[in-house]
Write a protein that binds this ligand. Structure first.
Ligand SMILES: C[S@@+](CC[C@H](N)C(=O)[O-])C[C@H]1O[C@@H](n2cnc3c(N)ncnc32)[C@H](O)[C@@H]1O
Length: 291
């Protein structure tokens, strides 16, 4: 079965019936960091027209994306223009399972197979805003999953690295990116991906300006902290199984060479459960990295 049959093919499935008010672009206009989707509170119609014309996307999903966007702005999950553009330019519908297409923009995490999930849009927005990647910065994601988080990141910086421990999932997501690149989503060329245990980071591409971890663990992995630049920021769910708190971790080095690590809770103590940060032993996933 081709990945497209399995995953999305959303535009092909639902698009033809719903495009009425603007000619649909055959391929997305290549993304640029100064792309300006309409983003004002009253701009829904303009945004949909823009998305159909320039990105060749389905008005149904564009409408749902804009609705979720407004809720996320109200909730302060996305707070500035760059992050607003990143959310509005990322087609979440291309990263969910076909049976979940109707829920792509729900305020919810969704099953993506192998017992793991695509995180909900609000948490993706909030965690990404926390690390606030700038163009040119190197960002490492641990826990590729569906690929949505890294796709979102590729609208903020042109250097994204992502690691997934489940081999067939890593391969499926790589195929998703490659198909989307062929379809014209050139921004996803910025994403380097690999199948490995992300506990050890990705040394050959480090150090990283920012690190985002999307699986839960009871401590901050020392190799990740080591691969974070001085002055860098990591966001990571830390706590016992199923009861993590999402921490912002900032690493600084004083004039005396002393490294300081400051931690703060991005949800003021709220518990947010994440899928476990599992461990690879040889080729087999066995247990977790919890102490
Ligand atoms: C919440 S899910 C994925 C969310 C993902 N960022 C997305 O946008 O869909 C967390 C992912 O972390 C992966 N994971 C768990 N332990 C890992 C490890 N040691 N190294 C790399 N990935 C890991 C899981 O297999 C799962 O795909």
């Amino acid at each position: 079965m081709r990945r497209r049959d399995f995953l999305t093919g959303a535009a092909g499935l639902l698009g033809a019936a719903t495009t009425s008010f603007a000619a649909r672009a055959n391929v997305p206009t290549p993304f640029t960091f100064d792309m300006a989707p309409p983003m004002g509170a009253g701009d829904e119609a303009k945004f949909i027209e823009w998305g159909v014309k320039t990105r060749g996307e389905d008005p149904k999903f564009l409408t749902e994306r804009f609705g979720r966007y407004l809720a996320m702005v109200r909730n302060e999950d996305i707070v500035d223009e760059r992050h607003k553009r990143a959310f509005l330019c990322t087609p979440r519908e291309k990263f969910v399972l076909k049976q979940n297409l109707g829920r792509a923009y729900d305020h919810a995490f969704l099953d993506i197979g192998w017992g793991v999930t695509i995180s909900g849009p609000h948490i993706v927005g909030r965690m990404t805003s926390t690390i606030n990647p700038q163009k040119g910065e190197k960002v490492l994601e641990v826990g590729t999953g569906s690929g949505y988080q890294s796709a979102y990141l590729s609208h903020l910086t042109d250097q994204v690295f992502t690691i997934e421990i489940i081999k067939p999932l890593a391969e499926r997501t790589r195929a998703t990116y490659d198909d989307l690149i062929k379809d014209g989503y050139s921004e996803f060329k910025a994403i380097g991906s690999k199948n490995a245990d992300g506990y050890y980071g990705w040394e050959e591409h480090g150090p990283f300006d920012k690190i985002i971890v999307t699986c839960g663990i009871d401590h901050v992995p020392p190799p990740l902290l080591q691969q974070l630049k001085d002055g860098g920021t990591m966001v990571i769910p830390v706590g016992p199984p199923g009861a993590q708190r999402v921490l912002k971790v900032v690493k600084t080095k004083g004039a005396d060479g002393q490294v300081t690590v400051a931690r703060s809770d991005i949800y003021n103590g709220r518990i947010v459960p994440f899928v476990p940060f599992t461990k690879l032993e040889g080729d087999v996933i066995k247990g977790t990295h919890n102490n």
